[in-house]
Design a protein around this ligand. Sequence first.
Ligand code: HEC
Length: 125
Amino acid sequence: MKNIFKIIMLVSMGLFLNSCYYDAFPEELDPVDPSEEVSYQNDIMPLWVQCVGCHNGNEPPDLRDENSYNSLLNGFVVPNDADASILYKSLLGIDGVSLMPPGSKWPNSKTDLVKAWIDQGAKNN
Ligand code: HEC
């Protein structure tokens, strides 16, 4: 009887911990379809929620909603050229640019979305 109780406890603890795991690490986004136009407001800006804790006006780029577009276009994004953009390099941690967010690279689904937005002209759409 005691063993059954222990097993039930362990199984439910396992399920509980698992659900926390998925809450803490958001799921992969759908793969980017390059033929679809990426929207800054709807697709890109919401991603900065994971950056704004640090990039809140003191550390450039300023990634707060109302400032992020202008701040990014002020030297961190080269429209139509993601590979030359510091923003995109920071998401990959390449060419001497520190990886952002520090210590945990985003899944390709997210970095590809940012790349597509820049390569489509980095519009404020
Ligand atoms: C824990 C704090 C922190 C978080 C979270 C963070 N950054 Fe940063 N970021 C920094 C600091 C500090 C610097 C400046 C020093 C450096 O380059 O390492 C920086 C620099 C940058 C730069 C400029 C790099 C350069 O060489 O000019 C970019 C672009 C950037 N971050 C983008 C982002 C993006 C996008 C995110 C979210 C995906 C993010 N950061 C998340 C702290 C953070």
